[in-house]
Write a protein that binds this ligand. Structure first.
Ligand code: GLY
Ligand code: MN
Ligand code: MN
Length: 430
């Protein structure tokens, strides 16, 4: 069982959620909210289902990511009703529910039926969740304004949520260390993945997202999704982006390691890490997150100059001409919580100079964000540079040498505090 501090923080968390939800329901004219945990859909034309991970608002209350056909009813001034589906089934096991104090805060029921519980004492009901679960239910289904307001209740993390995110970081860092060691011993991507799973004691399907494990040029595919079973002839680089889910909460961490004898690539990794440290330190209340993204581009430009990859252009020119975008095409990060890309980050569309940025907000205490600069050698993005007028500024021999290392990303999970920030990943590094 987790320590008593965490369990008592969880009780506080429930109280905070109850008052946040009651306020949202009142603001939107409801006196009851029914949340479906969801259920794994079947694969088309098959009798097999996809692996299940529950709906965000259900996790926000319960942290239970694996419970299908469960329901949660929130009402003003009443204990939330939690109904868990527990059929008599000789094909499948039922998930064990640890007997922990937070369950006392719920009216808990076990049901052999997949149906929603009886909705007593509610006159204005909203129901939220996967629409395929909500057919034939009374109430307003997934009202947009209500859902947006509920998403907003997830933006400022409670002390309990931050403690869970911190622990998810600690668990994941053990996996990252094991993965690095396996890489340095010459392992294949597949074996590195096994080392990560063994160290984290987590099945990959239960992780917040599929681990991205790219050795050598595979490190240059941003969301590389395969595992090569053949060990590389030469282990030049490893990019691993992998997390852990703990009590519903996700870590999302990336580390890049240079292979033995890869001095120039190692220097670039070190340079990007120095930049990443500076960007993490920018996280503080009142800071516009888009500014951190823009500073990243200037930092990447400085690094391209310092390493001699690009010459004859100022940092500002490199950004304006799209040179940095070719090397760093994604956003600097996103909110993190019970979903790896947590909700409510985009009240406004992404700006033209940051089309893939997932967070456009001014930072406030309690927000948890990732800071994940990258620098990649992606042929399809570099080709227009190399065939255009800027070609003379690019150090092609160096680029050719580094291309086989794929790329670099370094990603930490950072909490905005009252006076600055707390880096959950670095404090877990040991
Ligand atoms: N692991 C996906 C991301 O970093 O956003
Ligand atoms: Mn990541
Ligand atoms: Mn991320």
């Amino acid at each position: 069982m987790p320590d008593t501090d965490l369990l008592s923080l969880q009780i506080d968390h429930m109280g905070i959620l109850q008052s946040r939800y009651e306020q949202v329901l009142e603001d939107h004219g409801y006196d009851g909210l029914l949340i479906s945990s969801g259920a794994a859909p079947m694969r088309y034309g098959d009798d097999q289902s996809w692996h299940f991970q529950g709906y965000g608002p259900f996790l926000h209350w319960t942290g239970l990511a694996g419970f299908e056909h469960a329901w949660l009813l929130i009402r003003k001034g009443r204990k939330p009703l939690l109904s868990l589906y527990q059929p008599v089934d000789f094909w499948h096991a039922s998930l064990e529910l640890a007997q922990e104090p937070w369950l006392e805060e719920f009216e808990l029921r076990f049901s052999e039926s997949r149906s929603a519980p009886e909705l007593s004492g509610v006159s204005q009901l909203a129901v939220i969740g996967d629409p395929s679960m909500l057919a034939d239910l009374p109430g307003d289904e997934n009202p947009g304004a209500l859902r947006a307001a509920l998403d907003e209740t997830r933006v400022h993390k409670t002390a309990y949520e931050i403690a869970c995110l911190a622990h998810a970081n600690k668990l994941a860092m053990a996996g990252h260390h094991a993965a690095r060691d396996a890489f340095l011993a010459g392992a294949s991507e597949f074996e590195i993945n096994l080392a990560y799973q063994r160290a984290t004691q987590q099945r990959e399907a239960d992780a917040p997202y599929h681990s991205i494990i790219g050795v050598n040029e595979h490190a240059g595919t941003l969301h590389y999704q395969y595992y090569d079973t053949t060990p590389p002839t030469k282990s030049r680089s490893l990019l691993i982006d992998a997390g852990v889910r703990y009590r519903g909460y996700c870590s999302d961490i990336t580390r890049t390691t240079a292979g033995v004898g890869e001095g120039r690539f190692a220097a670039l990794v070190q340079g990007l890490e120095q930049l990443q440290f500076r960007l993490c330190k920018m996280v503080a209340p009142g800071v516009d997150y888009v500014d951190i993204h823009r500073k990243t581009h200037l930092g990447i430009a400085a690094l391209l100059s310092a390493t001699g990859l690009v010459s004859g252009l100022s940092d500002e020119e490199m950004v304006a001409e799209g040179v940095t975008r070719a090397f760093f095409p994604h956003g600097i990060g996103h909110f993190l919580g019970v979903q790896v890309h947590d909700v409510a980050g985009k009240p406004v569309p992404s700006p033209a100079d940051a089309p893939f940025l997932r967070l456009m907000r001014t930072l406030e205490p309690g927000m948890v964000v990732t800071i994940e600069p990258g620098l990649y050698f992606i042929p399809s993005l570099l080709e227009p540079l190399l065939s255009g007028p800027l070609e003379r500024h690019i150090n092609r021999p160096l680029l050719d040498e580094l291309q086989g290392c794929g790329g670099i990303r370094i990603e930490d999970n950072v909490v905005v505090t009252d006076s600055g920030c707390r880096n959950l990943t670095r404090e877990s590094e040991g």
